[in-house]
Design a protein around this ligand. Structure first.
Ligand SMILES: N[C@@H](CCC(=O)N[C@@H](CS)C(=O)NCC(=O)O)C(=O)O
Length: 208
């Protein structure tokens, strides 16, 4: 049995949507850094970062990092369509997954936890870190939208791993409002992903 540590409205929606796409049975454990009554201590024992998603595989090994989880599930379950079968399309998907992890998800962490990124303890310093992180984040999404242009979905005819990651990580830190003004066609794509019957139930559970 797979065990997914996660919480409603969080990045664990990425792994959850992928597990469902693969038809994998899993149990969820509610755990997050911001819910004291959750299984945060158990989560930290398997992932010292205390971050979600964290996925414990049936052999007991631990997977962290959303992009790595998506790649692992996509490779283990090729029929799921999470990863393109064709090599050059798959290479672009891997590029996109790492792009979001390295350039977008990391900036959200800086926006959410500015105190980690400065030794200045004043509110003003934290607000400045947050504002800077959001400016970088929104620029990175513009570059992503201009670079990854697959339609109707980033993954081709059906939403794949890159669509799932983009649709979830774009939900925070003012990204959707920014995209509405600056990359409206990309925002439409994200909404198409969320509305797809293979994705919609997971998004409804997490974000409605
Ligand atoms: N690099 C990780 C980032 C995961 C992450 O930042 N998750 C957030 C929730 S959406 C979290 O658990 N943050 C708590 C913390 O950083 O203390 C990934 O790509 O999965």
């Amino acid at each position: 049995m797979y065990t997914l540590y996660g919480s409603r409205g969080s990045g664990s929606a990425i792994a959850e949507a992928a597990l469902e796409r693969c038809g994998i049975a899993f149990r969820t454990v509610r755990a997050s850094a911001w819910e004291e009554d959750s299984a945060i201590e158990a989560l930290k024992r398997v992932n010292p970062l205390g971050q979600i998603p964290t996925l414990v595989l049936p052999d007991g090994s631990v997977m962290t990092e959303s992009a790595a989880i998506l790649i692992h599930l996509g490779l283990e379950h090729p029929a799921s369509g999470l990863l393109p079968a064709e090599a050059s399309a798959r290479a672009q998907t891997l590029r996109g997954l790492v792009f979001i992890a390295a350039n977008c998800y990391s900036a959200i962490s800086q926006s959410d936890y500015p105190e980690r990124y400065t030794t200045d303890t004043t509110e003003a310093a934290h607000a400045a870190v947050r504002a800077g992180a959001r400016r970088v984040l929104h620029r990175h999404w513009d570059i992503f939208a201009d670079t990854f242009t697959g339609r109707p979905f980033l993954g081709g005819a059906e939403p794949g791993a890159l669509d799932l990651m983009a649709a979830v990580v774009s939900r925070w830190s003012g990204t959707r409002a920014h995209l509405a003004n600056h990359r409206p066609a990309f925002l439409e794509l994200l909404k198409r992903v969320e509305a797809h019957p293979a994705v919609q139930p997971v998004f409804a559970r997490h974000f409605d």
